[in-house]
Design a protein around this ligand. Structure first.
Ligand code: AGP
Length: 603
């Protein structure tokens, strides 16, 4: 996905745009650019790679102007080159875009006289708008006619030659916020980007377009009617996201986990029982729960399946969002659907929600960004209280997703009469222990760091787990591969002998995530099978497990004791630290790994 920003300011906007783009860089960092209008003249600067390259360019080749738009790109159509960098422009219009224009080839075919310089879909938008200007439409009219012709998902901001007090904004499928300043106005992909300028935000709704001037904003709905959209004060965006003394945002966010986890747990169970407000959830009438997400959030759903089924006896289907609606799952009015998403903007998850919306009895979501599209389109959005997560690799959001899901599963168990109040109090109390246990697990960082050098040299790494630790093995593998670029796979430990064990030799580290639970002895057998083939085991277990199964293993990491039911929350910490320090050993870009973006708002 990409980040877009626009400013109608009273001061030079170039530095303001760059500052806003810094806060959007987590959305994509293949290239960046800005455009401004100065004395009626439209101009732009663009650079490939990180935002710092654009900043450097602007030092040597400044761009004056008090009206401007900016963009940071995650490449969809066309590689990361200057020619493909936004803003795209023609003679009189510049455009920045987040999303995908699906009919851009058809539009290009209509614009035979336009010499396109890029491979992008976005340049087609500028070309079409220019064509409308050429036939005499005003900038507002030209932008509106252009948007009408587009198919696909987009958030767009248009800037026009000769128009120093106008930005036209439009959204369909990708979020877009309007910021209200004092004599200034702003446009941004999210409130975080606008945090240094304002916390007064109006979110455009699906299909809206808006004419933004320094006096304010006129918003029109998908049918072209004037629309009133709520302006709200969005908290927590003004604080400049910094690393808090850590080397990377990811490290900062790993070490924030005890605090944010405690806040999340206290939010859902301030006393000895789960309290979920904000909407009626009726698990009594629910005979099936669909859990749908992508990536790390999907693995959180896989863990939660064990909790909903074991505690509440509630059958669960867990789907990868990009697969969900295409398998056409039967959804009855006794089926509830739950969508998990840190950003709340993941296109596949949002599309899955919209598929289920008029079929399922209830649309629930577990999100970190409470003003996101997924949150706003849910019957009830459950916040995870993790705070802004900048590192592309999700860490604190994952454990807070698990915490929220665990509380929801306990609520389901109570409503279905499967647990007593005393049992609920015990479960809540065990969850409340976890932040302190996370602190103890974080204290193992040096132990972990000492051995990740070996992992950094591996060509492939396996992660094994059983029961609810199997999804954690999947998550551990994802963490490692997405930031260290080392191939890693997570497997159910019992599945190893059905093929993957062919991968095992002395060059293959195998990370086993296994508290001493009812399945532990079976996992030990799998470990023996690995060691019989010279595989190197890194056993992550508790003291009882370490006492009984450390013989012959390469490394043992002893975790604090925890009820195995909730072990996936705690054991996420070593999985994160193993990935983090392996990546640091390799010198990869931990916070902005190649090819990735923090939230994928394109399908
Ligand atoms: C996780 O480390 C990855 N960055 C990625 O898999 C992520 O979890 C996935 O894209 C889903 O994002 P969301 O939670 O914002 O929907």
């Amino acid at each position: 996905m990409c980040g877009i920003v626009g400013v109608l300011g009273n001061h030079e906007v170039a530095p303001i745009l760059v500052e806003a783009l810094k806060r959007l860089e987590y959305r994509g960092y293949d290239s960046a650019g800005i455009a401004t209008v100065q004395d009626g003249r439209l101009d732009r600067r663009r650079a490939v790679g990180k935002l710092v390259n654009l900043s450097d360019l602007l030092v040597h080749d400044p761009l004056p102007g008090k009206s401007g738009i900016g963009h940071t790109r995650w490449a969809t159509h066309g590689g990361p080159t200057v020619a493909n960098a936004h803003p795209h422009r023609t003679g009189r219009v510049a455009v920045v875009h987040n999303g995908i224009i699906e009919n851009y080839k058809d539009i290009r075919a209509l614009l035979k006289d336009t010499a396109f310089e890029s491979e992008t879909d976005t340049e087609t938008v500028a070309g079409l708008c220019e064509a409308h200007l050429a036939r005499g439409l005003t900038p507002r009219e030209a932008a509106v006619e252009t948007v009408k012709a587009l198919e696909g998902a987009f958030a767009l901001a248009f800037l026009f030659e000769g128009e120093e007090d106008l930005i036209v904004a439009a959204r369909r499928g990708s979020p877009l916020a309007i910021g209200h300043g004092d004599g200034e106005m702003y446009v941004g992909s999210d409130a975080l980007a606008l945090g240094p300028m304002t916390n007064r935000i109006t979110y455009l709704e699906e299909g809206d377009h808006a004419f933004v001037t320094r006096d304010g904003v006129e918003i029109f709905d998908a049918e072209g009617r004037r629309a009133n959209r709520e302006m709200r004060e969005v908290a927590g965006t003004a604080a400049v996201a910094d690393k808090g003394g850590h080397r990377h945002f990811m490290a900062k966010e790993i070490f924030e986990q005890p605090t944010v986890l405690a806040e999340c747990l206290a939010h859902y169970a301030p006393g000895s029982a789960v309290e979920i407000s904000g909407g009626k959830i009726d698990f009594v009438r629910t005979d099936r729960l669909l859990l749908v997400a992508c990536g790390t959030a999907y693995y959180a759903c896989l863990v939660a399946k064990y909790w909903f089924e074991q505690l509440a006896g509630l059958p669960c289907d867990v789907d990868i969002a990009s697969e969900f609606r295409y398998r056409e799952p039967p959804v009855s009015d006794r089926t509830a659907a739950l969508f998990v998403s840190q950003s709340g903007e993941t296109a596949d998850t949002l599309a899955a929600l919209r598929y289920a919306r008029d079929k399922a009895s209830t649309i629930l979501s577990v999100v970190n960004v409470e003003t996101s599209s997924i949150a706003r389109e849910s019957d009830l959005a459950l916040p995870i209280m993790a705070g802004v997560e900048i590192g592309v690799a999700s860490t604190k959001a994952f454990v807070c997703q698990l915490a929220a899901l665990a509380n929801l599963a306990i609520l389901a168990a109570r409503q279905k009469g499967r647990i007593t109040a005393a049992r609920e109090a015990d479960l809540v109390a065990e969850l409340r222990r976890i932040p302190a246990l996370v602190n103890q697990a974080l204290a193992l960082e040096d132990r972990i760091r000492q051995h990740t050098g070996d992992l950094a040299r591996a060509q492939t790494v396996l992660f094994l787990g059983r029961g609810a630790m199997f999804p954690l093995a999947l998550e551990g593998a994802l963490k490692l591969k997405e930031i260290s670029y080392i191939h890693a796979e997570g497997y159910a430990a019992g599945e190893l002998k059905h093929g993957p064990i062919a991968l095992v030799d002395k060059s293959v580290p195998v990370v086993v995530l296994a508290p001493r639970d009812a399945l532990f002895d079976k996992t030990v057998s799998n470990m023996q099978e690995v060691m019989a083939r010279e595989g190197r085991i890194w056993l992550v277990t508790d003291p009882a497990g370490a006492r009984t199964a450390s013989d012959g293993v390469w490394q043992t990491l002893t975790m604090p004791e925890i009820d195995p039911l909730f072990a996936p929350i705690l054991y996420a910490i070593p999985a994160q630290l193993i990935a983090y320090h392996t990546a640091v050993h390799k010198g990869t870009d931990v916070d902005q790994p190649r090819n990735l973006a923090k939230s994928v708002t394109v399908e």
